[in-house]
Design a binder for this molecule. Structure first.
Ligand SMILES: [Zn+2]
Length: 602
């Protein structure tokens, strides 16, 4: 396989990326927790390869104070009119020989990527906390940049903040606080802007093995390290599949519960929700997922957000392969079955919503924010498509192909079209029968699922269905009690999500009395139970649901719970009451979604 380069066409960036190359960033920043702003200078090293007279960067809500070129030469700049999706283009006059552009600016307290938490929102309750989430197009709200996944650069940073706090980034990181409150960072591997990340707060570190460890608030760091003790083995397993880990260290930071996602694959430092700490390592597949992004996504990157499935579909596939090595095939088949069940539900819901086109792998984002189409489709349909390829060409050949693919396209951009070409050239090779089975068009460019598709089979779940049926017909909770002593979190999830919607309230009470789902410390189990509780109007769970919605900001849990409430007028009224208290605790990606779910915006 020989690397081909692709033209970068990105409808979500104003950047003139095909004329000017941004090669390196030096970011010098002061974090101001009181005003919830960052005062910074972004010094870009550029290669003006076509002699352009302008450098065009993306910004959102930034106040630009001054721009200079090379050795402090003044230049002119203009912030263009704001676009509701893309923010404002920053036009800077440059010259054919310009090498450096330095922008002094300040962020807004409303910067979409940044979440400033007050002490009450942290575990320690004493210090404030800052976290960022730049994907998909929010890096521009804290750094003026060409904010598209097709542009890569290296960076160094110097961050100044209160002496009580420590900062970490998607870069080489400190492991303890210093007396100056000044931290230096270096990211030597080129990354796209959506992987720019910062967190700051009362943060401690604990190592796990030689090249990995965990950051968290001091009271959580020990539990987090115990939960994630399999990380070194995961890295070994991942490398055995698809080649060396190229980012030096792999650490995870466990953030306060307001973090909007399960995890974010910021290079060297995965950002994670505390809701995966269940105490029994039952939800750590999420770490395998974020680790897998070190290859799919961070190394070989979708060229723009319409190719997002290339990042996520490959990563779910890779995640399941890591979990298969770590816990066995039956375990990864349980994960695959849950993913398949979720996929069928999502396809039905999106189709019913009148957007069947959004169930294609390659989506059309013309005039839309990338987050508008966010769903499980790129993840779970992407996974199933790759599993379909694996099953038809054989695992050994497919692994060989993938290993070469990651190696050849490391630190490069990938488009759906180029990936299709590579599959045809290296795997299909003119074999018409195979081409029909792999069915590129049916999977990638057609809505829904092709009629012929792999169906994951878990014998554990099949047995569980029989038990569940006899529980429902007899009403005898002891049937579940005896069987469930060794159930994993996945078995509980399968059990709960497959209970009938009209489950009798007496049975719900009996289950709750026995297993205390309403107060479960396992967030996946609790969230599934809450959905059912709202469907059945099981009021005993409502105080716990309210507490959960106020404390946790992870969108994956919020969306189904609020959506379930919104189905009835009474439920909607209750949800809006809770939301008034909860919304200030959410990151913009979560409240923008829930505003829509509750009909508060168009
Ligand atoms: Zn992912």
């Amino acid at each position: 396989m020989e690397a081909q380069s692709v033209d970068i066409i990105d409808i979500h960036s104003f950047g003139n990326m095909n004329d000017v190359v941004l090669s390196h960033l030096f970011w010098d920043a002061q974090l101001n927790f009181d005003s919830r702003t960052i005062e910074a200078s972004a010094a870009w090293t550029i290669d003006n390869k076509n002699g352009a007279d302008k450098l065009i960067l993306d910004t959102e809500n930034l106040t630009i104070k001054n721009v200079t070129l090379d050795k402090g030469h003044k230049t002119t700049f203009e912030l263009m009119e704001a676009d509701p999706v893309l923010g404002r283009a920053l036009h800077i006059q440059i010259y054919p020989d310009t090498k450096n552009v330095v922008i002094e600016y300040e962020t807004s307290p409303e910067a979409s990527a940044l979440q400033w938490l007050n002490p009450q929102q942290t575990a320690g309750k004493v210090h404030p906390f800052l976290l960022s989430q730049s994907q998909a197009i929010m890096a521009r709200s804290w750094i003026p940049c060409m904010d598209g996944p097709g542009v890569r650069f290296t960076y160094d940073a110097k961050v100044t903040l209160d002496k009580d706090l420590m900062a970490v980034m998607s870069a080489s990181n400190p492991t303890k606080k210093n007396d100056e409150g000044v931290y230096n960072f270096s990211m030597k591997q080129a990354i796209p802007s959506y992987l720019m990340a910062i967190a700051a707060g009362d943060i401690a570190f604990q190592g796990i093995g030689k090249n990995s460890g965990v950051y968290a608030e001091p009271s959580l760091v020990e539990a987090a390290a115990a939960e994630f003790e399999d990380i070194p083995q995961m890295i070994t397993d991942a490398e055995s599949l698809y080649g060396p880990y190229t980012w030096d260290r792999y650490d995870v930071i466990v953030l306060p519960p307001s973090f909007p996602f399960g995890g974010m694959e910021n290079p060297r430092l995965t950002f994670a929700t505390p809701t995966i700490i269940a105490g029994d390592k039952s939800l750590v597949a999420l770490v395998a997922h974020e680790l897998a992004h070190s290859w799919s996504g961070n190394l070989v990157t979708n060229s723009n957000w319409e190719d997002f499935w290339l990042n996520e579909g490959f990563t779910v596939y890779f995640e399941q392969r890591i979990m298969e090595l770590l816990r066995g095939r039956e375990y990864s088949e349980m994960l695959a079955s849950l993913s398949y069940q979720g996929l069928l539900g999502e396809i039905a819901a999106i189709t019913e919503d009148g957007r069947p086109g959004d169930t294609r792998l390659k989506v059309n984002l013309d005039g839309r924010h990338p987050d508008d189409t966010f769903s499980g489709i790129p993840y779970d349909k992407g996974y199933l498509f790759l599993r379909n390829v694996e099953e038809h060409v054989g695992r050994e050949r497919f692994d060989g192909f993938l290993k070469t693919y990651f190696n050849t396209y490391a630190f490069k951009s990938m488009t759906t079209e180029l990936f299709e070409e590579l599959l045809e050239e290296h795997l299909i090779q003119g074999d018409e029968e195979l081409a029909e089975k792999i069915n590129l068009k049916g999977w990638i460019h057609t809505a829904g699922l092709p009629e012929s598709h792999p169906i994951p089979v878990s014998s554990t779940f099949t047995e569980l269905e029989t038990l569940s049926d006899s529980f429902i017909s007899s009403g005898d909770v002891s049937i579940i009690k005896d069987a469930s002593e060794k159930w994993s979190s996945q078995e509980w999830q399968y059990f709960l999500t497959n209970l009938p919607d009209d489950l009798n309230l007496n049975l719900m009470s009996a289950l709750d009395a026995e297993f205390n789902f309403t107060n479960s410390g396992n967030s996946e189990i609790a969230a599934d139970w809450y959905e059912l509780a709202i469907k059945r109007n099981y009021e005993e769970a409502f105080p716990a649901i309210e507490e959960f919605l106020i404390r946790v900001g992870r969108r994956k849990f919020l969306t189904p719970i609020y959506s379930e409430f919104a189905k009835t007028p009474g439920g909607l009224a209750r949800a809006i009451q809770i939301y008034e208290k909860a919304r200030p605790n959410y990151h913009s990606v979560s409240y923008n979604t829930i505003d829509k779910v509750l009909g508060l915006v168009e």
